[in-house]
Design a protein around this ligand. Structure first.
Ligand code: TXA
Ligand code: MG
Length: 338
């Protein structure tokens, strides 16, 4: 590929000419990275197997990891699934557009490469004007994983996308930083009771209010059903060590040991004052509010790589609301055995 075209667009009022240019690329079977409210996605025409295959190549994504299909209106459900059930429509009504992905039985029109050969398809309607108008102008559902090289932290700005995928994709619609910063909640509706396969901004309680009992899906079973969560994920190049909150002594000792062996160490904490003048490690202040924490998290992990940090010690956050999604990503980033 000659080079990646970057079009800057206003997130609230995107220029229709730029959107149409990107939509042409999708229609012709190319790859377009675009912002959503969660993270940037790397999109292709979901009904074109050849185009979707290019996503796997650009990201270095294992072929056994299925891809979420993005739609701009509830009508497009009919292309992807044979008969949407009442529960799906209730969820769509309540949470779409928004950070909820629903896994349903797929129709025969969805190519196997999208679903990694499985009989279910994951669908979401993003809450972002750029994403919505791109899907609408393309006239097809858009398959899109997060726009990062496989296993790296998801991209939350156009700059991150270019860092990972520049030269490997056709076009980036750059609308600056996203609003939420962690990927959507993935809910499997193809099983009974429904199961959360990945926590996100839409919480368990929100979903239970609509559906009744839901499985947290943290057991082995859930893992097998969502192939993506088996793979290592969200990892910076540095190794990441997650420590429970309020364990300053543990963090300081870990930092001391790693620095002694010559590693460059950073400590990510919501209470930087508790470390000041107690360590030589680089102290990184994380936002006290969980929404801001989520929004910044992947950018901070990337920044640590840019600073050539070897070890990132992260204090755990409270596991409520979006804190569950934050902890999920931090645990996955740390479970690498690097
Ligand atoms: O917020 C998001 O969901 C972002 C934006 C771009 O929409 N997308 C995203 O895609 O995070 P990706 O590919 O990075 O993560 C999708 C997750 C993976 O864990 C994948 O295994 C799971 O959803 N998934 C996709 N299709 C599935 C299916 N049919 N059954 C179970 N899990 C599925
Ligand atoms: Mg991803």
């Amino acid at each position: 590929m000659a080079g990646t075209i970057v079009l800057a667009v206003d997130p609230l009022n995107p220029d229709i000419k730029s959107i149409r240019r990107a939509a042409e690329v999708i229609k012709e079977g190319g790859l377009v990275a675009f912002p959503t409210e969660t993270v940037y996605g790397l999109g292709a025409n979901a009904l074109d197997a050849e185009a979707v295959r290019k996503i796997f190549v650009a990201k270095g994504r294992p072929l056994d990891n299925p891809i979420i299909v993005h739609i701009a209106s509830v009508d497009q459900l009919d292309i992807l699934t044979d008969r949407p059930e009442a529960a799906t429509l209730r969820l769509a009504e309540r949470f779409w557009p928004g950070p909820l992905t629903i896994v349903l039985r797929k129709s025969s029109r969805v190519p196997e490469v999208v679903t990694a050969g499985g009989d279910t398809v994951a669908i979401r309607m993003p809450d972002h004007r750029v994403a919505a108008s791109l899907i609408r102008e393309s006239g097809v559902p858009v398959a899109a994983p997060s726009a990062n090289v496989s296993e790296r932290p998801s991209g939350t700005t156009g700059v991150h996308v270019l860092e990972d995928l520049g030269g490997k994709i056709d076009l980036v619609l750059d609308a600056g930083m996203v609003r939420i910063g962690v990927e959507s909640t993935v809910l499997d509706l193809s099983v009974e009771p429904p199961a959360i396969l990945r926590p996100g901004a839409v919480g368990l309680e929100d979903l239970e209010a609509v559906l009744g009992k839901i499985d947290m899906g943290s057991r082995g079973e859930g893992l097998a059903r969502s192939p993506g969560v088996r793979h290592r994920h969200y990892s910076p190049r540095a190794s990441l060590i997650l420590v429970e909150a309020s364990q300053d002594a543990v963090v300081l000792e870990l930092a001391r040991q790693r620095m002694k062996s010559g590693d460059k160490v950073a400590i990510l904490t919501q209470i930087p004052s508790s470390y000041e003048s107690r360590t030589q490690a680089n102290i990184v202040a994380m936002p006290a509010g969980l929404d801001d924490y989520a929004r910044q998290m992947f950018a901070v992990l990337r920044e640590m790589d840019a600073k050539a940090v070897d070890v990132i010690i992260v204090e755990g956050v409270e596991e409520r609301g979006i804190g569950r999604a934050i902890m999920d990503r931090l645990k996955r980033a740390s479970s690498s055995g690097k």
